[in-house]
Design a protein around this ligand. Structure first.
Ligand SMILES: NC(=O)c1ccc[n+]([C@@H]2O[C@H](COP(=O)([O-])OP(=O)(O)OC[C@H]3O[C@@H](n4cnc5c(N)ncnc54)[C@H](OP(=O)(O)O)[C@@H]3O)[C@@H](O)[C@H]2O)c1
Length: 431
């Protein structure tokens, strides 16, 4: 039976989950994998971690684990990109495999880490860095190996999905749901990483690199969060048959790669529209398989531990020869040109606020028609105050932001139209 001695660095949410699942499910893991996984060393700053570390060497210094000559594999679960990078590079240079859940580390330093791992003939695996408990990277790397990936779209941040789901189903404001998310532990005290889209952007970087064989970090990935979404637009979207979601999309255009993270209206007929709460889901379209869907918990102690342990077992079962966790051999990874967000084709939702007088709507629709932009749907509603204004919501057919922007400028130049308007992308996810 293969044996692997591992050291775990960080006993927070994920680290404590990894240790407890390895302890509680030791028999089933051994039976299924024919591997013996021994946790021989753990390191963390805080001695109040609440984990059972009986018979396990304990250090406050994480680097002790990377220097421990009895350790075959270091599990990095401290987070961040400075000490974590140092730890991972030290482990690699000492000939140890590495498993990490750290999306920031991989999105920023993935290629150099994998290059170092390749040269040292060790494996660096990071399944848990994207979509927590969903084995999405293994699915792309192995299950879809026969495919050229055409596109991928997903809900890859549980916090933003929880906030938008609550706003949509219960009519609650962004601020009140965010407060609840923080109380429930779904969002950090400083939630900007999630709500500004940075977390999703790092995960999409990894998915884009895996799908299209690109070096990390990516040159440019358009990122927009959910902080600027008024509740009324969640409702107008519903009325039009769409659900507002924060999504990440990447697509191969041959010469160029499209990759972006932002809020978007998804048709209610799409499976992604019914992914609610903190769940994650990713759709992948491959040229042989067509569209596939992966759904599950995107975070949490034991779901994330499930993915970390899958990586540990995979390393235990693999031959000593390093494989690239990005699917493509590290020397084949390359930079590819990113498509400018202004040239990405999609539908657009636009809400103008206008003075309530006859003829405004026809002036707006005429400007659209003169610019050869067709309108799929229109809603007109009184603004609920005493200002004698109405909201006009337009859903455009597919176009680009660079086509639409001059038209919107013309519309806001009309006397009765306010300068400020809401604009959101509409994704049909149909090809
Ligand atoms: N939480 C999730 O659901 C989830 C899901 C997927 C991926 N991840 C990723 O998993 C990683 C860990 O996340 P987490 O939620 O488990 O974080 P966490 O709860 O904050 O735990 C981090 C642990 O590492 C320790 N630590 C940090 N820096 C250290 C250092 N320099 N030396 C020694 N110990 C150090 C911390 O000790 P102190 O307590 O003393 O600070 C804490 O025990 C992150 O990269 C995160 O992005 C998390």
């Amino acid at each position: 039976m293969r044996q692997l001695n591992i050291g775990i660095c960080g006993l927070g949410t994920v680290g404590s989950g990894v240790l407890s699942v390895l302890q509680n499910n030791a028999d089933i893991i051994r039976e299924k994998s024919s591997c013996l996984i021994h946790v021989t060393h753990v390191a963390t700053r805080n001695t109040n971690h609440g984990c059972n570390v009986e018979n396990i060497q304990f250090s406050n210094d994480i680097f002790e684990v990377a220097r421990d000559s009895d350790i075959d594999l270091v599990v990095e679960l401290i987070g961040g990109t400075s000490s974590a990078l140092e730890l991972v590079m030290l482990a690699i240079s000492n000939g140890k495999h590495v498993v990490t859940a750290n999306k920031a580390l991989i999105a920023e330093h993935g290629t150099s880490i994998l290059q170092a791992a390749y040269e040292a003939n060790v494996i660096v695996a990071f399944e848990a860095s994207v979509a927590g408990g969903i084995p999405i990277l293994k699915s792309i790397r192995e299950g879809l190996v026969a495919n050229k990936i055409n596109w991928l779209a997903g809900i890859i941040n549980g916090t933003t999905n929880f906030i938008l789901s609550e706003m949509s189903s219960k009519g609650r404001s962004f601020e009140s749901v965010l407060e609840e998310a923080q109380k429930r532990g779904y969002a950090e005290a400083d939630p900007s990483f999630d709500i500004e889209g940075i977390d999703a952007s790092q995960k999409l970087s990894i998915l884009t690199s895996m799908s299209f064989g690109m070096t990390l970090p990516l040159d440019h990935l358009f990122t927009e969060g959910i902080t600027k979404i008024p509740l009324k637009d969640v409702y107008f979207a519903k009325e039009l048959g769409f659900t507002l979601k924060h999504i990440g999309i990447c697509r191969d255009h041959g010469e160029q790669i499209e990759a972006r993270v932002h809020p978007a209206l998804i048709p209610d007929s799409s499976i992604l529209s019914s992914v609610n709460g903190v769940s994650n889901a990713v759709m992948i379209n491959g040229d042989a398989v067509d569209t596939t869907l992966y759904y599950g918990p995107g975070a949490g102690s034991t779901p994330t531990a499930s993915s970390v342990i899958a990586d540990i077992v995979e390393v235990a079962k693999s031959d000593k020869n390093a494989y690239s966790s990005l699917g493509f051999p590290v020397e084949k990874l390359c930079q590819r040109k990113m498509l400018d967000i202004d040239l990405v084709e999609c539908g657009f939702y636009v809400r103008f606020t206008v003075v309530n007088e006859t003829g405004v709507l026809s002036k707006i629709t005429k400007i659209m028609a003169d610019s050869a932009l067709s309108i799929e749907s229109i809603i007109q509603r009184d603004v609920e105050d005493d200002s004698n204004r109405v909201d006009i919501v337009l859903l455009s057919s597919k176009t680009t932001q660079s086509n639409l922007s001059p038209v919107l400028r013309k519309i806001t130049e009309l006397d009765s139209v306010s300068d400020e308007f809401v604009i959101l992308r509409v994704e049909y996810l149909d090809n």
